[in-house]
Write a protein that binds this ligand. Structure first.
Ligand SMILES: [Zn+2]
Length: 406
C-alpha cells in the first residue's frame, strides 16, 4: 500500500518517467494558464506610492520584466503554521513535506499567501527613489504589488533548516526537489515558481519558491489528445476506460468546450445533464408515450429540450409539482430509476441485494439495476451496499452508461 496518497486522492504518485517535462519558460506559463479554484481576477491593481503616475511607471517596468497580474483568493484560505494557503495547496504541501521527509529532507514553510498591503510595504521599504533605474533594480527581487504569485495563495517559500533562502539552492532538499525536471515537486502538484533559466518571468530566479497547480494542470499543459487518450484529466481515474468508451459512443466531447481536452471526472452530474446524456444515448431509439411535461423550472436550462424529450418518453415526471430540478445533482437512487425505465430492466431478481436501500423509494429499481448487472453496489469487494443517497460523478456515470448500453 502506498504511504502517500496523491493530491487527487486517487492512488499512488506518478513515477518520474511518466510525468511530462517542461522547460523553465513552460513552468512559468503553466502557472499563469492553470485552471485553479477559489480565485477571482484582479480588475484594478492596488495603489503603491500614492502617486498614480509613479505607480503606473512601476507596473510598466514590472510588466516589461515579465510580471503578470495575479488573481486573488475568492474564498477562505487555510492556515498552516500560521501561513494562510489555498485549501487544495495545504493538502499537497503536507504530501510534499512527507515525501521529502521519507527521502531524509526537512522542508520548512516560510511564506504562503501575501496581501496587496504586505507587498506594498515590502516594496516601499526598499524603494527609496522613483527613478526608472531604482525601480528596475528593486523589481529584480520584489514583485509589483498585484503581481506576486503569493497573492493567489498558491505560492510558497520554503527552506531547509540551516539554509537561508538565498542558499537554499545549495541544499540537499533542493537537489531532491529539482531532480528529473522537478519530479518530486511535480508528482504532488508543485512546480518551480521562478526557475533558473526562464527568459522573462519577473524577478530573478528564486530557488525557494514553489507554486501549486495540481496534477490535472500538469497533465493538461501541452496535452494532445489521441485515439486512446481523449482527456488529460482522467489519468488517475479508475473509470478511464469507461470515459474513453463514452467518447467512442459519441456521448461526450468533454467538459471544457471548445477546447474539449478535459472530462472533469469528479464533477457531479446534474439532473439536466443526465437528461442530455440519455437523449444522446437513446434519443433515436425510445418511443414517445405522450406530450412533454411543461416544467416551471426548465425554461432557462440549456437542457430544456433534453428534459422535454425525457418527459415525453415517460422516463420522468420531474422532481415534484411542475418541477424537474435540472440543477440538482443526481443521486444514485434516482439514477437507478432513470436507467431502469430507460433500458426497461424488468427482472426484479431474487430479492434484497443491498442492506442500505430498504428505506429508499428506489429500492425496487435498485434491485432491477443490480439484477441487470449494471451495478454491483458502492463498496467493492463486499458489494452489499448501493449508497442510494450518494451523488453521481461524471466518471461514475460513464461506467453506469457503459454497462447499460453494452
Ligand atoms: Zn516567494
Amino acid at each position: 500500500m502506498a504511504l502517500i496518497v496523491s493530491a487527487l486522492g486517487l492512488g499512488a504518485p506518478a513515477l518520474a518517467d511518466e510525468l511530462p517535462t517542461f522547460t523553465d519558460d513552460e513552468f512559468n506559463d503553466l502557472f499563469t494558464n492553470a485552471t485553479l479554484e477559489n480565485l477571482a481576477p484582479l480588475e484594478v491593481p492596488p495603489a503603491i506610492t500614492g502617486n498614480a503616475s509613479v505607480d503606473q511607471r512601476i507596473r510598466e517596468i514590472g510588466e516589461a520584466k515579465g510580471y503578470v497580474r495575479r488573481p486573488l483568493p475568492a474564498g477562505q484560505l487555510t492556515s498552516v503554521s500560521g501561513y494562510p494557503m489555498q485549501p487544495s495547496a495545504v493538502v499537497a504541501w503536507k504530501e510534499l513535506k512527507a515525501a521529502a521527509s521519507q527521502a531524509g529532507h526537512t522542508l520548512l514553510l516560510r511564506s504562503a499567501y501575501r496581501s496587496h498591503g504586505t507587498q506594498v510595504h515590502i516594496l516601499l521599504r526598499r524603494l527609496t527613489s522613483y527613478t526608472d533605474a531604482a525601480i528596475e533594480y528593486r523589481l529584480r527581487a520584489v514583485a509589483v504589488p498585484g503581481y506576486s504569485k503569493h497573492h493567489t495563495g498558491y505560492a510558497i517559500d520554503i527552506t531547509q533548516p540551516g539554509y537561508a533562502f538565498t542558499s537554499f539552492k545549495n541544499s540537499p532538499a533542493y537537489s531532491w526537489l529539482v531532480a528529473d525536471n522537478y519530479a518530486n515537486a511535480k508528482r504532488y502538484g508543485w512546480i518551480p515558481s521562478y526557475p533558473p533559466n526562464a527568459t522573462l518571468q519577473g524577478p530573478l530566479p528564486e530557488a525557494w519558491e514553489l507554486t501549486y497547480v495540481g496534477m490535472d494542470n500538469i497533465w493538461c499543459y501541452g496535452f494532445e489528445a489521441s485515439s486512446e487518450n481523449s482527456f488529460c484529466d482522467d489519468r488517475n481515474s479508475v473509470f478511464e476506460a469507461d470515459i474513453e468508451w463514452m467518447v467512442g459512443a459519441g456521448l461526450t466531447t468533454g467538459c471544457n468546450q471548445p477546447l474539449g481536452d478535459r472530462f472533469c471526472p469528479e464533477d457531479l452530474v446534474t439532473r439536466g445533464e443526465l437528461a442530455a446524456f440519455l437523449n444522446r444515448a437513446l434519443g433515436d431509439s425510445l418511443s414517445l408515450v405522450g406530450e412533454p411535461i411543461t416544467f416551471a423550472d426548465t425554461v432557462d436550462s440549456v437542457f430544456a429540450e433534453d428534459i422535454a424529450w425525457l418527459s415525453a418518453t415517460g422516463i420522468t415526471n420531474g422532481c415534484g409539482e411542475d418541477s424537474f430540478c435540472p440543477t440538482d445533482p443526481v443521486t444514485r437512487g434516482q439514477l437507478a430509476a432513470f436507467l431502469v425505465r430507460a433500458y426497461s430492466y424488468d427482472d426484479a431478481g431474487q430479492g434484497d441485494l443491498f442492506i442500505d436501500d430498504d428505506d429508499s423509494i428506489f429500492e425496487d429499481q435498485i434491485e432491477r439495476l443490480a439484477t441487470a448487472g449494471v451495478t454491483t453496489g458502492c463498496n467493492p469487494p463486499e458489494s452489499n451496499r448501493y449508497c442510494p443517497q450518494d451523488r453521481v460523478t461524471r466518471s461514475q456515470l460513464a461506467a453506469f452508461l457503459r454497462r447499460s448500453i453494452e
